[in-house]
Structures are given as structure tokens and as C-alpha cells.
Design a protein. Structure first.
Length: 463
């Protein structure tokens, strides 16, 4: 029995590819045009239409809603946000604490809307458990826990080896940190329910309609141009496909595998009854969930970047990546050694040059965008969408500043990525450094983070 490779993702194989919506039939006008039918675009359409029902909103999607990262991710709804520490340096600790609190609340907001709209997305609020299994990882874990507590997470737990094993028996785990601000979900079930809710509100969605260029008040496609006072770019890892955006956000690859359903005998050796989202403190980190049908879905980097900001072909990933992810699975849970890998796939996430998520509305042009989630988009997209809603209402005179429009990630500016081949060389070198650091930390007994990893963090702009 072979492993399915690609086909968008296991989530789509499990749930089915949606029936196609019609492409844009020609030139059109709208009050707001949203480019991109992933979580950011759909949530933005949802909140705008709920706030101002008379708005004429058109959403344009290149393939079909959720084709990108929104339909391929690990199903981690959690409170992580890329760039918080940098925002603390730029705007002060209190501003970053407000941003973190907004992310904590966002987890509950997604769960609330799903319940209100009758979206059954296999949501289970088990929190997030991040484990350490080397001395250096344990040092980072304790530092990480202290930092998160300083940013207002008073309900976090720092666990030793025994308490960690009572939750999930990861081989060799010497400690973990747990936060309640997380939930496991089925990404595509959430997508389908959200897109149905958006259409029911009266938003027009056109699929198979790639936007090739965005200009003030214009979204240009081969089928026609949509003219609107507000054009919102919500394209995350596919942003480089739009004219003039090749170096804005780097499309970083992330790959996943999912096992066959595991028998009770294997679960007896693993535990994981709380169904927490599971991660680790490695530099080239992994992420995993126990699915509703008792599989393990596990992801990691694989080949991090394709030359020229190219994206994958319908989610296919490299055989070497599949094997590397299997090795992580078996390293964590040795009793899975004989378990079949049913499906493997990959997707791209958006990475700004300074690794900071942003939300922006240029009031002079009406152009807006949100993204650069660096893999934390399942929840961050929701906060971004509500922020775009408030920015548009403020700009159009329907409201003043809100708690969301004054968060420090709003209107953040960042320089572009380097041109090729420097971009490709830099990313390949960075992840080679991280993988080498992980190997040295696993083989040694030093409690300090590997020196090469520290240098890579500084060069990459992550710290």
C-alpha cells in the first residue's frame, strides 16, 4: 500500500474537493474586493459583511477557497503570533502584551463563531504542549515559559518529565510547557463551513480567477478587472505571484504526513488522551495533532524554499521529506515504527524579512493587506480579519480607532527580501545550520543553545 503524495492535502482527501465556483465573468465593481480565498480573505469577508450588511464585497481566488496554506496546515488553532518580541522592542512591553492578549482571545473567538455558524470542524480545546528532549532544548523551554509568562500568560504550566509523560509519552522527553490557549481542528472542515457562511451573508466569491496585478482601486485578472475603493491582498505564501510582490514575503515550504488510524494498543503506549497540539523546542521544529479519527498528523520543514519563490504542484513533497518526517514520528513514538503513512503533502506559508506578521490599510490608496504569519495563521488570520474590518470602518468614517486598530502590528513596515540567488542561498544555509544544530544538541550534553543556531537566528532576522 503506497503513500498518497500531494492531492492538495489529506484534509481534502478526507473531506473532498469542493464543487468549483464560477470565475469572474468580466469587469465588475464592488465596495471591497478581497484577493485570496484562504482564512484571511474569508474571515475578512465574514466580519465586514456582518458589521456592514449593505457592503458589496467580491472575493477573488486563483484556484479554489482554501487551496493554499489554509487547507494544508496542521490544524493548530493557538495563540502564537510571529513578531511579538520585536513589537515589544519597537512599541514597548505593554503594547506587545495587548497583542498577546488579543491572540489569546482569538482562539476562543474562532471556537465561538464555529459554534454560532454550526461549523463542525473537529475542534477540541486541549491546549498546546511543547516538549524538550535534550539539555539545550530544556534550557530554551524554561526561557520560553518565562517569557510567555511575562507577556501575560499566567495560566501556563511548566512540567517535568513525569508530568509530561502523563499527558503524552514522547520518548526521552525531559520536560514540557503547556498553555490552554490552543485547540486541534480539521482545517478543511473549518474552511468549508466558513466559506458557506460567507456566501450565505451575500458575499460574491469567484474562483479560478488569478489576480495578476493590484493597483489602487483595481484588482486585475485575465477575466476582467474589479474596481473597488478598497482592495485587500490576502494571499500569504502566494503573494509572490502578484506583479511587483516577488520579494515581499518569502513562500516557505512546510510538509506533513498523516498515519493510518492507530489501534488502541498503540495509543496505550502513547497516551495523548487530552489531544493537545504537540510541538517541540528543536530549531527545525515539528508540529502534530491527534486527529478526530485517531491518526497522527505531523509536520515539519522538509525542503524549505524553492528558487525564485516558486510554489509546489498541488501539494507534492519530496520522498526524502516524507522519510524525515517518519523518522521524527518514530523517534517520538517508537511503537509507530510499523504504522503506514497514508498521505503526505506540502504547502507554503508567508515569511516577511523580519519574521513579523502585519496588518495594513493605506488610507491614501485604499490598498490593504494582512499576512506574514510564519506558520501561525490558523488563529492569526482571524485577528487580522477583524483588524482589517475595523481599519476600513475607521477609514470610511463609520467608527473611530478601536482596541484592534491600535495594536502594534498595524501598519508595520518591513524591507523586502534579497534578490536571487541570495534569497535561496540564505534560506538553504539557515535551515542547514538549524538542522546541524539540532543534531549536535541531540548528541551532546551542553545546556546552551548551539552557537551556530544563535548566529543563524541573528542573520535571519528572527531575533
Amino acid at each position: 500500500m503506497s503513500t498518497v503524495n500531494g492531492g492538495i492535502s489529506y484534509w481534502y482527501a478526507n473531506e473532498g474537493i469542493p464543487a468549483p465556483r464560477e470565475p469572474l465573468p468580466g469587469d465588475a465593481t464592488a465596495d471591497v474586493c478581497i484577493v485570496g480565498g484562504g482564512y484571511t480573505g474569508l474571515w475578512t469577508a465574514y466580519y465586514l459583511k456582518k458589521a456592514v450588511p449593505f457592503l458589496n464585497i467580491t472575493l477573488l481566488e486563483a484556484k479554489f477557497c482554501g487551496y493554499g496554506a489554509s487547507g494544508r496546515n496542521g490544524g493548530w488553532l493557538y495563540n502564537g503570533i510571529a513578531g511579538r518580541d520585536r513589537y515589544a522592542k519597537l512599541h514597548g512591553h505593554d503594547a506587545a502584551v495587548r497583542l498577546q492578549q488579543a491572540m489569546n482571545d482569538t482562539v476562543d473567538e474562532v471556537v465561538r463563531v464555529a459554534a454560532e455558524e454550526g461549523i463542525e470542524a473537529d475542534i477540541h480545546q486541549g491546549g498546546v504542549l511543547e516538549v524538550a528532549y535534550t539539555p539545550a532544548q530544556l534550557t530554551r523551554l524554561k526561557d520560553f515559559h518565562s517569557v510567555e509568562t511575562a507577556f501575560g500568560e499566567k495560566d501556563r504550566l511548566l512540567l517535568g518529565a513525569r508530568d509530561t509523560a502523563e499527558r503524552v509519552r514522547v520518548t526521552g522527553a525531559v520536560g514540557s510547557a503547556w498553555t490552554p490557549h490552543g485547540a486541534r481542528l480539521h482545517p478543511v472542515k473549518l474552511l468549508k463551513g466558513l466559506s458557506a457562511a460567507v456566501e450565505a451573508l451575500g458575499v460574491t466569491i469567484h474562483e479560478s480567477t488569478p489576480v495578476t496585478e493590484i493597483k489602487p482601486k483595481h484588482a486585475i485578472t485575465a477575466y476582467g478587472t474589479v474596481r473597488a475603493p478598497y482592495i485587500l491582498r490576502c494571499t500569504e505564501g502566494f503573494t509572490a505571484n502578484i506583479k511587483g510582490q516577488k520579494r515581499s514575503w518569502l513562500p516557505m515550504n512546510s510538509s506533513m504526513i498523516v498515519t493510518e488510524p492507530l489501534p488502541p494498543s498503540v495509543w496505550d503506549t502513547i497516551g495523548w488522551e487530552g489531544r493537545e497540539n504537540l510541538g517541540d523546542m528543536a530549531h527545525a521544529y515539528m508540529y502534530a495533532q491527534r486527529t478526530a479519527d485517531d491518526r497522527i498528523a505531523l509536520g515539519g520543514r522538509g525542503v524549505p524554499y524553492r528558487f525564485g519563490s516558486k510554489t509546489d504542484n498541488d501539494g507534492r513533497t519530496q520522498p526524502a521529506t516524507i522519510e524525515a518526517l517518519r523518522e521524527i514520528l518514530v523517534r517520538f513514538f517508537p511503537t509507530t515504527a510499523g504504522i503506514h503513512i497514508d498521505h503526505a503533502w506540502s504547502g507554503v506559508l508567508g515569511v516577511p524579512r523580519d519574521w513579523c506578521s502585519t496588518v495594513t490599510l493605506d488610507r491614501a490608496t485604499g490598498l490593504g493587506w494582512a499576512g506574514g504569519y510564519v506558520g501561525s495563521g490558523v488563529a492569526t488570520t482571524n485577528l487580522a480579519a477583524r483588524t482589517l474590518r475595523d481599519l476600513i470602518q475607521q477609514d470610511s468614517g463609520q467608527s473611530g480607532p478601536t482596541d484592534l486598530t491600535t495594536l502594534p502590528w498595524v501598519d508595520h513596515k518591513v524591507r523586502k527580501w534579497e534578490p536571487e540567488p541570495l534569497r535561496w542561498l540564505g534560506v538553504q544555509g539557515m535551515y542547514a545550520a538549524y538542522r546541524g544544530a539540532d543534531r549536535r544538541e541531540a548528541a551532546g550534553h551542553d545546556t546552551r543553545t548551539d552557537r551556530v543556531a544563535r548566529i543563524a537566528d541573528r542573520v535571519a532576522g528572527r531575533h
